[in-house]
Design a protein around this ligand. Structure first.
Ligand code: DGL
Length: 270
């Protein structure tokens, strides 16, 4: 129960999930690793990304004795982590199924969209997850998927608004605008940092759905079910590690996540 929750992403994106988990479960200890030294994952082959995910998950287990691993990265989850899930001695959750369920819940028209990295969209992971969520909800949905190469790089540079990112968003979001979706899932954990721009481009009739809150609810449900919630109301400790420049991770990370990110430690694959 005292053991931390472990979480990882290719960089800053998973901080959207970390924020939601810290807000929902303030007493839980958390260790977050941002693999900024090797980002982006979205343009890399899936077997390479699976290898990275394995190193990160095992490092959280071996070095931090985490009680749960949260894959706060759609691209890593979409690369297929069933083998890793089976070999880990602790449960593992990811953002794909919670995001798909939230998307299906958000639509009225049944025309929905998902945007993500090239790797995530090519994997078809959301097609399967949305079909399952729609079947559970008894709904007919039409899904339009679009890859948004370049969005992650803007976030990693800390550039989350302005003309350049807006022009790119107008081009990349054209396919989902053309089919008139009423709900759009931000299927990359970096994208909530661009929500203002994406929302301006999509227009007021489109609900943006982020998987961060839904994933935090899933973490809560699982820990409660396994009787692993940390008891009491003492605030949890939050540790942040990065495989890139740790001062930069702390500075930009604090801007993106908030004051809990006041210190960063180095992480490197063993
Ligand atoms: N934040 C990650 C995701 O959710 C991936 C970003 C990347 O490294 O390309 O897909």
């Amino acid at each position: 129960m005292e053991r931390p929750i472990g979480m990882f992403d290719s960089g800053f994106g998973g901080l959207t999930v970390a924020r939601a988990v810290i807000d929902l479960l303030p007493s839980e200890h958390l260790v977050y690793i941002g693999d900024t030294g090797r980002y982006p994952y979205g343009s890399k082959p899936s077997d390479l990304v699976r290898g990275y995910a394995r190193e990160l998950a095992w490092s959280l287990v071996d070095e931090h004795d985490v009680k749960l691993v949260v894959v706060a990265c759609n691209t890593a989850a979409a690369a297929g982590l069933d083998d890793l899930r089976a070999e880990l001695p602790v449960p593992m959750l990811d953002v794909v199924a919670p995001g798909a369920a939230a998307l299906v819940e958000a639509t009225t028209s049944g025309r929905i969209g998902v945007i993500g990295t090239v790797g995530t969209v090519a994997s078809g992971a959301y097609l399967h997850a949305v079909q399952s969520a729609a079947a559970v909800a008894g709904l007919d949905v039409e899904l339009c998927s679009a890859a948004c190469p370049g969005f992650v790089e803007f976030v990693e540079r800390g550039q989350v608004s302005g003309d350049e990112v807006t022009v790119l968003a107008e081009r990349l979001l054209a396919p989902v605008r053309a089919v008139d979706v009423d709900a759009l899932l931000l299927g990359c954990t970096h994208y909530p940092f661009l929500a203002r721009v994406i929302s301006d481009v999509m227009g007021p009739g489109v609900t943006l759905v982020s998987s961060a809150d839904e994933t935090a609810f899933a973490v809560h449900r699982l820990l409660e079910h396994l009787d692993l919630l940390r008891p009491g109301t003492d605030p949890g400790e939050h540790r942040f590690r990065s495989s890139g420049d740790i001062d930069r991770f702390r500075d930009l990370g604090a801007r993106l996540l908030g004051p809990e990110l006041n210190h960063t430690e180095a992480w490197s694959p063993s």
